[in-house]
Design a protein around this ligand. Sequence first.
Ligand code: DX5
Ligand code: ZN
Length: 220
Amino acid sequence: MGIQISPSILAADFANLEAAAKSVPSADWLHVDVMDNHFVPNLTLGVPVVAALARVAEQPLDCHLMIEDPDRWAPAYVEAGASSVTFHVEACAAPVRLARELRSLGSRAGMALKPATAIEPFADLLPELDMVLIMTVEPGFGGQQFLEMCLRKIERTKAMLADTDGDVWLQIDGGVSSETIERCAAAGADVFVTGSAVFGADGPDGMIKHLRDLAETNAG
Ligand code: DX5
Ligand code: ZN
């Protein structure tokens, strides 16, 4: 799989999510940020909104669960229509069991790490996953500044994935823009979440094409 762009609807108009989805036909995915006001200090949306979006969006839904107890709640997002469900390992009691459950329900399974969480302790469970998400801001809000310290972790994760059976994608999320995407692509990321850079642009779909070009030109 090559470079993929997953625009985050967190930066779109919540009063018209259907229009937001239709404004980015070039997107490979729609990134849906689920926040519960416990794992992160912000509250966004849940299963009913994901189900509604799944009915109108052409793109598959990439759900990023910033919630406590994903072991209990994540499977419902597959049932609501998500094609990829990513849980935070910091909040998960049994990541192998949850990844297997998500896959058995027909979804891709992703595991996310906050900036201060190291990837190395999870080397042995990488084959259980379809994607690792390295957060490049502290989760909770869009529009934050990219954390340069995360580039080393992207590089180390890429090297670990090269030694892993299967095709595990490496996603990054937070502060991804035309200023930062080239460095992230060179470090080895292949799935790019981008909220404010896309939905804050005059032409969201044109911005996706621009970001994809930059990433493809610099892919590591
Ligand atoms: C932050 C979310 C991100 C956010 C990214 O917790 O996970 O997906 O929407 O927004 P930008 O691209 O504006 O940093
Ligand atoms: Zn996200």
